[in-house]
Design a protein around this ligand. Structure first.
Ligand code: SAH
Ligand code: SF4
Ligand code: F3S
Length: 447
């Protein structure tokens, strides 16, 4: 590769989960520290970081089409953008990317992006580099201070996964479970609040597996961390995602009834309703133990909005087993959920299991499942009509004078009136749609 001019502008494109969004923000800050500025809307950037996701086939294929598009746009404009591939595809297929895509200068895994600045120097000398080491939590230490932020911020508290569900790449792309230290998280949360965050969402692939020691040396779990963060003045709302049914501690359930700043929302993936399928997935819980857990959350916080993830068409899933997923959905009545067709991922045990199902079967099951989930989401929204709640204003709406924000139950709410981004206002929920609610402003700027 020829030496490349040091980039003056950058763009970070993040795909996949919220942890990638967090990582993408941190990479942007690292680049900004070097004096590289974000490319203006519509402009080609000198450096493009593709922060990729490997969870399903479609997501992973995107990286190659994106590289192709960047090279072509560069050729048409008579320039060569510097391309870095980061994230989970970088971790899983780093060598393949280097071989298949000569336009790529850097491949950097999700645990190594604090090395991005050195890699930029090498790219300027014409050297390509790959770094997919997993040095525990070094990346968090090496990262710069965080600057001005939106009213809602992400904070990664836990990384990695030891669960090895048989369909999933995350344990391979993100590595083993680790928890960031209590003290560091308190500091970072305070900095986020100082920079304008009103709401913090604590992130982890298994966020409720977080364990640490508080300032007095006592062992604490996620609930202990949440209780400590709730003491930060100016922080009004706390959320966390994604939890695993097997890491749930009693105190987290209790916290939902006790900590006012903890929002009434729980994302707890189940994947399937059949115990045979759950076993083949290596989920290590049953449909019944999952339902009992949700019951306990509802006891602690009766209005809690429940959310989940589902996979349809896992190898060998029969029609009767799929019906058990539908029955579970009927039993829970989710406020919101994500559902996916099973995607065989290279290197995972499920990819070589017998009875991979035809696409048509998966398509049809996904449609049936989504029809029920949509029905329940609309019903949840309709049931909140007439109530009054707080809304954290996140952005302007489509029309002048319109604002968009989130209810405590994570519904998107739009309303008109005197407000600004970062306000917490009181809104009466007046009308329910499938994906958003129309509200009437009742009280401005509560916080
Ligand atoms: N750690 C979280 C999220 C993991 S990835 C958890 O365990 O819940 C997010 C979702 O992607 C999963 O919950 C699952 O529903 C889906 N997913 C993961 N691997 C998949 C695959 N191979 N095919 C289809 N969906 C998948
Ligand atoms: Fe993947 Fe299972 Fe780990 Fe979630 S718990 S990240 S689905 S292996
Ligand atoms: Fe995708 Fe990696 Fe997140 S595979 S879902 S970006 S952990």
């Amino acid at each position: 590769m020829k030496p490349q001019n040091p980039p003056r502008t950058y763009r970070v494109k993040s795909f996949g989960c919220q942890m990638n969004v967090y990582d993408g923000e941190r990479m942007a800050e690292l680049l900004a520290e070097r004096g590289i500025t974000p490319a203006a809307e519509g402009d080609e950037a000198d450096l493009v970081v593709l922060n990729t996701c490997h969870i399903r086939e479609k997501a992973a294929e995107k990286v190659y089409s994106d590289i192709g598009r960047l090279v072509k746009a560069g050729e048409e404009a008579g320039r060569k953008p510097m391309i870095a591939v980061a994230g989970c595809v970088a971790q899983a297929e780093g060598e393949e990317i280097m071989a298949r895509a000569p336009a790529v200068s850097m491949v950097v895994g999700p645990q190594a992006y604090h090395r991005l600045p050195e890699m930029l120097d090498r790219a300027a000398r014409g050297e390509r580099s790959t770094d997919t080491d997993m040095p525990a939590i070094a990346k968090f230490d090496a990262l710069p201070k965080r600057r001005r932020r939106a009213p809602n911020a992400f904070l990664t508290v836990q990384e990695g996964c030891d669960k090895f569900c048989t369909y999933c790449v995350v344990p391979y792309t993100r590595g083993a479970e680790i928890s960031r230290p209590f003290h560091d998280l308190g500091e970072e949360a305070r900095r986020l609040v100082d920079a304008g965050a009103m709401e913090i969402t604590l992130l982890g692939q298994n966020v409720n597996a977080w364990r640490g020691e508080d300032d007095r040396g006592r062992a604490v779990g996620l609930a202990g961390l949440i209780r400590a963060l709730a003491k930060i003045d100016g922080l009004e709302r706390i959320r966390y995602t994604t939890s695993h049914p097997n890491d749930m501690e009693d105190d987290l359930i209790a916290a939902h009834g006790e900590v006012g700043k903890l929002m009434p929302y729980l994302h707890l993936p189940v994947q399937a309703g059949s115990d045979r399928v759950l076993k083949a997935m290596n989920r290590q819980h049953t449909a019944d133990s999952y339902l009992k857990l949700l019951e306990r959350f509802r006891e602690a916080r009766p209005d809690i909005a429940l959310s989940g993830d589902f996979i349809v068409g896992f190898p060998g899933e029969t029609e009767a087993e799929f019906d058990e997923t539908l029955a579970l959905v009927d039993a829970v009545r989710y406020a919101h959920a994500f559902s996916f067709k099973y995607s065989p991922r290279p290197g995972t045990p499920a990819a070589t299991m017998a009875d991979q199902l035809p696409r048509e079967v998966m398509d049809e099951r996904l449609q049936r499942l989504q029809a029920r989930l949509n029905r329940d989401q609309l019903a949840f929204n309709e049931a909140s009509v007439g109530g009054t709640c707080t809304v954290l204003v996140e952005r302007k709406g489509k029309h002048p004078g319109q604002w968009l924000g989130k209810s405590p139950w994570l519904q998107s709410v739009w309303f008109e009136g005197a407000a600004q981004i970062g306000d917490i206002v009181s809104v009466e929920l007046a009308e329910a749609g499938p994906n958003s609610m129309r509200g009437l402003l009742r009280e401005t700027a509560l916080a």
